[in-house]
Structure formats: C-alpha cells, structure tokens
Design a protein around this ligand. Structure first.
Ligand SMILES: Cc1ncc(COP(=O)(O)O)c(C=O)c1O
Length: 503
C-alpha cells in the first residue's frame, strides 16, 4: 500500500548534520513567536471543533506509515514553530484515530470539549506541580472542590473525598491497595513474600468486570488465582447469591476475603451489578466495596440513571471517568473514597525534603503512588462550569435516547437481534443469519470490518455467551440522530454482502 503520509523526511536536519538548516532557537523561547503560533493553534482548534468529521474516523494507514513519514533522528538545530505546526497538520492529524469524530461509536466514545481544551492549554502554561499544597495551592484546592462537586452530583454522602488520577485503572488499584492495607496493615512494612503467617487474600468481581481489576490484583501481589470472577445473571449483572457463597467457601478453606469490586456500567454491555445487595454482603463480611463506575458514573449525575446505581452511597470507594462521558479531554479519572485516611495510611511516605508545616492543608502526594501531579482539576472545573450540571445531563439523556432509538431499529429488523439490555447509551447487537453459530460469528466480523472500512463510523465488538457481538457506544458530543441513522444504514448495507461472501 502506498504511504499516504508522504515520504520520510531526510536526515538533513538531524543530530550530527552540522549547521544545515536555519538556527531559529529563538522560536522555542520567544514570547512573540509563541503568540503568533497560539493564534494559529486557536484557528486549528476552532476548525476541528467546527468539523470534527474532517478526516475518516479510522485513518487508512498501515502500521509504520506515520513513523516512516517523520524524520528518524532529532533535529540538530531548532525549527520554526510554523514548520512544526505544518507537519502536525499534514502528518499527525490525519495519522490519528479521530476520537472526537461524531461517527466514533467504538469502545466508549469520548469528547474533548472547548472548555477542556482551553484548560489544558492554560494548565500547561501555568505548569504547576501540585505534589504538596504549597507547590500548588490553587490546583490542590480546586481538585478537592471539583471532586466534591462530583460527589454532590452523584448524591454521595459528605464524608467522601476525591482526588484525580490519569485513569480508572489507577483509581481501582489505589482503592484495592487501601482495602488490602485495611485488612492487614503489616504488609506495608513486611511485604507479602515469605510470610508463613499470611492467609491468601481474595478479591471478588463479576465475570464482566474490567481487566484493570486483574491488573490491580497482579500489581498488589495478591495473585490472579485469588481474584474470584463471580458468575453473572441473564442480564450480565454479578450474581450476589453466588458472591456470598464464594466468600463463605473461601473462608471455609482458610482464605482471607478482602474486597469486592462491583461494576456500574460493565465494559461489554454496561450492565450494573446490584450495588445495594453487594454492599449488604460486604457489610456483613467486613469487606471493602469498590465500585468501578468508570463509564456509568457520568450517567449517574441524572437522577433517573442514579436510581440504577442504587446503593452506590454504601461503597467504600467509587471511580468514574469524566474523560469518558463528561466531555473532559483525556486524562481525568476521579477516585472518591469514604475514608481518605485509608489511602493515606496505605501510601503516605514523607521524605525530609517534602516535609511541610502547612497545618491542615491536603498534600495530594499522600493519596497514591505518584509524587508529581498535573493540574487536571482545571479542565473539569471549566467543563462543569461551561456546561452546567443541567447541560451535562441534557447531553447524557440525548445519548441514551439515541441508543434506545438504535436498539429499536435493530429489534424491528428481521435477521438482527439486540443481545443485552440497553440501560445507558451502548447497544450490543448482532446479525443472526440462518447459518451455524461459527459462521454467524464470521458474518458479524465481516460486518464490523466493512462498516469500519467506510471511514464514516467506527464500531467495536465483544463476546457475549461465547458469541461475537457488535457494540455501538454513543458518547461523543457531536454525535446526533443523523450519525446514528447512518451507522444503522451502513450495517444494513454491508450485512447482505457479509452474509454472501468473505471480505
Ligand atoms: C468499566 C471500566 N473500568 C475501567 C476501565 C479502564 O479505564 P481507564 O482507561 O481509565 O483505565 C474501562 C475502560 O473502558 C471500563 O470500561
């Protein structure tokens, strides 16, 4: 395949190339050059917000095409910001998967909205490292404030305190670390290795829980054999009776149950585990309840969707990703914890050079692994202010309505089925031609390939009850009824060909 990114630049400007090229180091440090370039960037940003579908949602590229179009060695001398922006516009933008495209309906769709983009620029300009309150008073206090805004929006009790991480994977890891510490504080000092006095510690999660929970268990040294995947019911929700029975069986074998992870919005189907019943089991058994609400936590700012998360207020910790469905640019994941002291007890280590006398002030370095902390709160603060809670709710409701419309079209079409309930904005569906099951799977794989090759729409897939299933997830700010209608039209168009022939 020809390289659509154009030919690789030569090594002329690269290290070791002597004095070739203009020595324009000034552009890297000149406020005037920055001003000119930022005006150009402002136009580039506004152009992209105006036409987020300017490029195909999936770039038509072979692996290696982007890299081979870029200089393999670093430039020896500085280049102008204009030259660099030209290359960005020519090579980087079209070489990117367009997550802001309204046809992006794969995985969980996201959006970088204007207030979030502005905040990222300003945060980079301020360049605060809020490891301690005194190294970032505004960043620290705003992080506490916006997390409390979210707490209120989610109707969680006032004792919950939050902080922001890059991802839900880290939030879940921190929550399980706090749970492990609460179960056995000696591990912090003595570790897990060669401890004849320790029973195996077990963690419980539904069969549909995200793989980040497996990774957390790995990183905490608990061992994947001690992660119990609890079976789910007909609607992909954790079976709480099976959870309770598994905990009992583990105790009977001398194991040490530590925590349960319930998911509010599982990755495949967006099912919500029965939170209240799970919380009752946790209370009875003395276990930490962590709720992974990475996706559906955003929907829970609407009272009618919060009702689907009944019992959320009983959790010990909740993680949700404003970078998923609250129109905040990557990365922004909020971990809310009922007892923030549990995180401090697990993680706080204060070397002499970071010792302060700031009294009651929060030092966010005490709440996890990382020391350095960028000013992520600024974008969430600007997004919530610019949309308002009602504005955010309105968009989420629209997305859920669009998903219900799509599901209704699928249900009405002979030869298709909806494969799971649609509580929020994600639809699992498949074609069901009259062929054997494996061939049905191949037909659905071909439908997906053909739809995605269109460049108009990007869908993803999952496996439910052993079958290949298509997933349409609405969450992009610019996705409207016309895009969802087009997605369905494309699926129907290619379904006939996919039934008839291999790709
Ligand atoms: C339910 C759930 N939890 C956790 C994650 C991981 O999110 P992150 O990329 O923020 O770690 C995902 C990702 O889609 C998810 O769907």
């Amino acid at each position: 395949m020809p390289n659509p990114m154009g030919s690789r630049q030569g090594d002329e400007g690269a290290a070791g190339s002597g004095t070739q090229g203009p020595d324009v180091l000034g552009d890297a440090v000149s406020p005037e050059a920055a001003r000119r370039a930022l005006h150009r960037v402002a136009d580039m940003v506004a152009d992209r917000l105006e036409s987020p579908d300017r490029y195909p949602v999936l770039p038509r590229l072979e692996p290696g095409a982007v890299r081979s179009s870029l200089s393999p060695a670093p430039p020896a001398v500085g280049e102008t910001l204009d030259t660099i922006l030209d290359d960005y516009a020519r090579l980087v933008e079209p070489g990117s998967t367009q997550w802001n495209h309204p046809g992006f309906m794969a995985y969980f769709a996201i959006s970088a909205s204007a207030p979030g983009i502005l905040a990222e620029t300003l945060a980079a300009t301020l360049n605060v490292n809020a490891m301690l309150w005194r190294t970032g008073p505004a960043a620290t206090e705003m992080e506490e404030l916006v997390c409390d805004w979210l707490r209120q929006m989610l109707q969680l009790p006032p004792e919950f305190r939050g902080h922001i991480n890059d991802t839900a994977s880290i939030g879940s890891f921190l929550a399980l670390a706090a749970a492990r510490h609460r179960a056995d504080p000696t591990i912090r000092e003595l570790g897990l290795a060669a401890r004849a006095d320790l029973q195996p510690m077990t963690v419980y999660a539904g069969a549909e829980a995200h793989s980040s929970i497996d990774k957390a268990v790995v990183a905490l040294g608990l061992g994947l054999v001690n992660l119990r995947r609890v079976p789910t019911d007909d609607t992909f929700r954790m079976d709480v009776a099976a959870l309770a029975a598994t905990i009992q069986a583990d105790r009977g074998r001398g194991e040490r149950p530590v925590a349960v992870v319930a998911t509010a919005g599982t990755t495949s189907t967006t099912s919500v585990d029965p939170l209240r019943a799970t919380a009752e089991v946790c209370a009875r058994e003395g276990l930490w309840l962590h709720v992974d609400a990475a996706y559906a936590g955003s929907a829970a700012i609407c009272p009618e969707y919060r009702a689907l998360l009944d019992g959320l207020e009983l959790a010990d910790s909740v993680v949700l990703n404003p970078h998923k469905w609250l129109f905040t640019p990557l990365d922004c994941s909020v971990l809310l914890v009922r007892d923030p002291g549990a995180l401090r007890a697990a993680f706080s280590v204060v070397p002499e050079y970071l010792r302060t006398t700031s009294g009651e002030a929060t030092n966010l370095m005490d709440y996890g692994i990382q020391l350095g902390r960028r000013f992520r709160a600024l974008k969430l603060w600007m997004v919530i202010r610019a949309f308002g809670v009602e504005g955010l709710r309105a968009r989420i409701r629209t997305h859920c309505e669009l998903a219900r419309d799509f599901a209704a079209r699928v249900r009405a079409e002979p030869g298709f089925e909806v494969c799971a309930p649609v509580p929020f904005s994600t639809v699992c569906f498949r074609a069901t031609p009259a062929v054997e099951a494996e061939e049905q799977d191949r037909v659905n794989e071909r439908i997906l390939e053909r739809v995605n090759a269109s460049g108009e729409v990007f869908l993803s897939h999952t496996r439910l009850r052993g079958r290949h299933v298509l997933r349409l997830a609405i969450g992009n700010l610019w996705t409207g009824p016309e895009h969802v209608a087009r997605a369905w039209e494309l699926v129907r168009e290619v379904a006939g060909e996919a039934r008839a022939s291999p790709p």
